[in-house]
Unconditional design. Structure first.
Length: 302
């Protein structure tokens, strides 16, 4: 690889087009991540399992590259360091983020119960629940990271706990731009943030307008996915199964009744009013959904 500059150490996980390896930059000695993609698979949009997939690796490289060229990039977006290609593979070189997925972090926390609500109501000076303190930290970092991505006229379109890693200081890093859209020469850069119809991303994080197959504002679809991340950081589980009217919990949320859902789960009063307000405004219909700019000014994140 690149005249021996990079070496593979061990496989970490499989991907649609290949594998992710732990590696080493032999020039600097730094530990790195190497994402290997089979060239034939990439060119034909066929996964290693033989399925047709939407992910465009060339577009991913281009957009992630635009996010990594600034002298001062966002500390909350994983950096693409290099791209190497041979006759059979494309190797995407990424910075090493050792802390694992935010998803794993949430799984390790104690399960929240109605007992926490009773304890809080008995406190003379109620303190923020540990989950809310956790959520405040990571939602602030996520919002700053996504604001940076949008400032480069790019929409991520697959934000989820699985696509958020933690570094050695347990700070957040946004990863995986496989279905990202936009860039410096796109219509987004001209102020038109409409994305083409078609489902993209993970179902439980998918905005309803994306699920319904409408043309949608790509920025606001990212905000909805962030709202699902926020809900899971607070409560410890997804807010619904499917983002459509056949799901009773989704119906409560989209009709402005997040607090009713929390009450139904006997979690009323655990979280601050500002946390619940932000959550509801993120998980609102597209026309009334809060924007990233407004989120940065919201009392919960200030």
């Amino acid at each position: 690889m690149a005249a021996g500059r990079y070496s593979l150490r061990r496989s970490i996980r499989d991907t649609l087009y290949g594998k992710v390896f732990l590696g080493k930059d032999n020039h600097t000695g730094n530990v790195i991540i190497i994402k290997q993609c089979g060239l034939w698979n990439v060119e034909n949009h066929v996964s290693v399992l033989g399925c047709h997939v939407k992910e465009d690796v060339h577009e991913e490289i281009r957009l992630h590259g635009e996010l990594s060229v600034d002298a001062v990039c966002s500390p909350y977006v994983i950096k693409q360091l290099d791209v190497v290609q041979d006759d059979e593979n494309i190797f995407i070189i990424l910075e090493f983020v050792p802390g694992g997925e935010l998803f794993q972090h949430v799984q390790k926390r104690p399960k929240i119960t109605s007992r926490h609500s009773e304890e809080k109501s008995e406190q003379k000076e109620p303190r923020l629940h540990p989950n809310e303190l956790d959520a405040k930290k990571y939602m602030r970092q996520l919002t700053l990271g996504v604001a940076y991505i949008h400032s480069k006229f790019i929409a991520h379109r697959d934000l989820s706990l699985e696509n958020l890693l933690l570094d050695e200081r347990e700070n957040l890093k946004i990863i995986d731009f496989g279905v990202a859209l936009g860039g410096a020469t796109s219509q987004f850069a001209k102020g038109d943030w409409r994305a083409p119809e078609g489902r993209v991303g993970k179902v439980q994080y998918m905005a309803p307008e994306v699920w319904n197959g409408r043309v949608y504002d790509a920025r606001l679809a990212d905000v909805w996915s962030m709202g699902v991340v926020f809900f899971i950081l607070l409560v410890g589980c997804p807010p619904y199964e499917m983002p459509h009217e056949g799901d009773p919990r989704f119906n409560l949320i989209i009709s402005g009744k997040v607090s009713s859902l929390l009450t139904h789960w006997k979690l009323h009063g655990i979280f601050s009013d500002s946390a619940v307000d932000l959550l509801q405004r993120m998980l609102s219909p597209e026309k009334s959904r809060i924007t990233i700019e407004q989120m940065l000014q919201h009392p919960f994140l200030v």
